[in-house]
Design a protein around this ligand. Structure first.
Ligand SMILES: [Zn+2]
Length: 317
C-alpha cells in the first residue's frame, strides 16, 4: 500500500521547493580541504573515496541521503559530496552563505571531501563541458559507489544532474579520454567559433576529446544508486538511518539561510517547525517500508543478487 494522499504529495513539494531557488554554493569545505591536502602532501598514498554523492544544489544531499553518508562514514568509509552549483539564484541567502553552511554540514556528516562546481544555478545542463568537469572529479576521487539524484523530479536541475552524472561516470572510464586536454581543446574551439561568428550551439555532441590519457587515469564507479526522496517512486531498497536521523537533521538545519523563518520566500517556504515534521514523516514512511524507524530511499537499475535467502531482510507477512 502506497500512501498517495495530499500530505504525501505536500511532503515532496516541501522538500523539493527549497531548492527551487536557493541552493548553491560551495567551495571545498575547509575541513575536507585540509584532509585532502594532508593526504596528498604529507602522505603520498592517495586515498580514493568509497562513496561520492552528487547533487545539483548545496543541501540536496542533506535532504536526500545524508543519513546514509553519515552511517557509512561511521563505519569507516571515506565519503564525499559534489555539489554542481553554487546557489547564486537563491531567493534566500547567497552563494557565500551557502558555502559556509555546506562546510558546516559536511563536518557534521563526517564527509572527507566536499566541492562545488561552477555550473550555473538553475541551468544544470547535460553538455560536453559539464560532463568533462564531473568526469575529472570522478577520476580524481575514484569512488566505488556513486549516488546520483533520481532521474525524474519537479526541479529541472535535479533530473538534469542525474543524467549528467551518469554520462560523466561513463566518460570517466574511457581509457583514451584525456579530460584536461579535452577541456583545453574545448576552450580553443569556443574561441575559434566565436572568432568566426559562431556560438557554443555549434558544438558537436562529443567534441574533441579522444586523446591520450592524462595523469588522471580512467575510472568508473562500480555501483550507481539513485537517491529518490524528491520523487514519489517506490524505492528498490531503503537504508536504515534510525541511529543517524537526529544528526542528519542537525546537518540540514545548519542551512539557516534556507530554513529559518524569514520574510524572503515566505510564500514558498514552509515554516521552520513544519519542515522538521515533514522530513520526519518522510523518514518514518520509508522506515516503515523497511521495518525500521527511519530510513532513506534509493533506486538501483540492476537486479538484486542474493547469496543466502535465509538472510534477506524485511518481513513479508
Ligand atoms: Zn535542489
Amino acid at each position: 500500500m502506497v500512501v498517495r494522499g495530499s500530505l504525501w504529495v505536500n511532503s515532496f513539494w516541501l522538500l523539493a521547493i527549497s531548492h527551487f531557488e536557493n541552493d548553491v554554493n560551495t567551495a571545498i569545505c575547509s575541513t575536507a580541504r585540509t584532509t585532502n591536502e594532508h593526504r596528498r602532501t604529507t602522505n603520498d598514498a592517495f586515498m580514493p573515496l568509497d562513496i561520492l554523492a552528487l547533487a545539483a544544489h548545496r543541501d540536496d544531499v542533506e535532504q536526500t541521503c545524508a543519513g546514509t553518508l553519515l552511517k557509512m562514514a561511521e563505519r569507516g568509509y571515506r565519503t564525499g559530496i559534489l555539489d554542481l552549483t553554487q546557489g547564486e539564484m537563491g531567493t534566500r541567502g547567497n552563494a557565500e552563505d551557502r558555502a559556509r553552511e555546506a562546510a558546516e554540514a559536511a563536518r557534521i556528516l563526517k564527509v572527507s571531501w566536499r566541492h562545488a562546481l561552477d555550473i550555473p544555478d538553475g541551468r544544470v545542463e547535460n553538455t560536453w563541458e559539464n560532463r568533462l568537469k564531473i568526469a575529472r572529479v570522478i577520476r580524481e576521487q575514484r569512488p566505488r559507489v556513486l549516488i546520483l539524484p533520481y532521474w525524474e523530479g519537479r526541479h529541472p536541475d535535479h533530473y538534469a544532474a542525474s543524467v549528467l552524472g551518469y554520462e560523466a561516470a561513463f566518460l570517466a572510464g574511457l581509457a583514451k579520454l584525456d579530460v584536461d586536454q579535452a577541456s583545453a581543446n574545448q576552450d580553443l574551439l569556443d574561441k575559434d567559433l566565436k572568432g568566426r561568428g559562431f556560438s557554443r550551439a555549434a558544438e558537436t555532441a562529443e567534441g574533441p576529446g579522444a586523446l591520450a590519457p592524462g595523469i588522471l587515469g580512467p575510472h568508473r564507479p562500480f555501483k550507481i544508486i539513485y537517491a529518490s526522496l524528491y520523487f514519489d517512486v517506490r524505492p528498490t531498497f531503503v537504508v536504515d538511518i534510525t541511529e543517524q536521523f537526529e544528526t542528519r537533521m542537525v546537518a540540514l538545519m545548519v542551512y539557516k539561510s534556507q530554513f529559518t523563518d524569514q520574510q524572503a520566500g515566505s510564500g514558498i517556504f514552509p515554516a521552520h517547525k513544519e519542515i522538521r515534521a515533514r522530513i520526519e514523516s518522510m523518514a518514518r514512511y520509508y522506515g516503515m517500508l523497511g521495518g525500521v524507524t527511519y530510513a532513506e530511499p534509493f533506486v538501483q537499475k540492476e537486479v538484486g543478487l542474493v547469496d543466502d535467502v535465509m538472510a534477506i531482510p524485511v518481513k513479508s507477512i
